[in-house]
Design a protein around this ligand. Structure first.
Ligand SMILES: [Zn+2]
Length: 157
């Protein structure tokens, strides 16, 4: 008969081969490492076999394969290699053009804010150059060509 116990972390009822008592397994529901308890001969289950067998039909048990390998193998903590800081040589030069008209919201000119946000994301060390640009576009409201400005940001990233 399977040894039935509850996961102490998520209360999931688990059924394992009694020979696995005392060994460590991974809970299939919450993936936490749990130790299979020793079987208790005087369990409530045996006191009321009819009720427990009825309940057993309704409760879906997970059958957990018991592994006999040493516990160190069961819990694999991958050795994290420290993130090597990206070398400048591995970064690419990138260009981002921000036109002032693209930053206009109703009643607000968010150009400065947008450029500031971008520069903040890039980081001071990665900014190669910030070049002002002017450009003309056809304004639908006034039906004429308008000249506006923006910036061209060259950065490493
Ligand atoms: Zn669990």
């Amino acid at each position: 008969m399977d040894l039935i116990f509850k996961c102490p972390h998520c209360e999931q009822e688990l059924a394992v081969n009694p020979s696995g008592a005392g060994s460590q397994i991974e809970c299939p529901t919450c993936n936490q490492t749990i130790t299979i308890p020793q079987p208790e001969p005087q369990s409530i289950r045996s006191l009321n076999p009819i009720a427990s067998s009825a309940a057993a039909k309704e409760v879906k048990h997970f059958n957990v394969p018991v592994r006999t390998a040493p516990t160190e193998v069961l819990v694999k903590n991958p050795v994290r290699t420290l993130d090597v800081p990206t070398k400048d040589g591995e970064k690419k030069l990138r260009v981002r053009t921000i036109k002032r008209t693209e930053c206009l919201e109703v009643g607000h000119d968010r150009f400065d804010e947008t450029v500031s946000d971008l520069l903040g994301k890039i980081g001071l060390d990665n900014v190669v150059s910030v070049t002002p640009i002017t450009y003309s576009h056809f304004d639908l409201n006034s039906r004429q060509n308008m000249t506006d400005y923006g910036v061209l940001v060259v950065y490493k990233g």
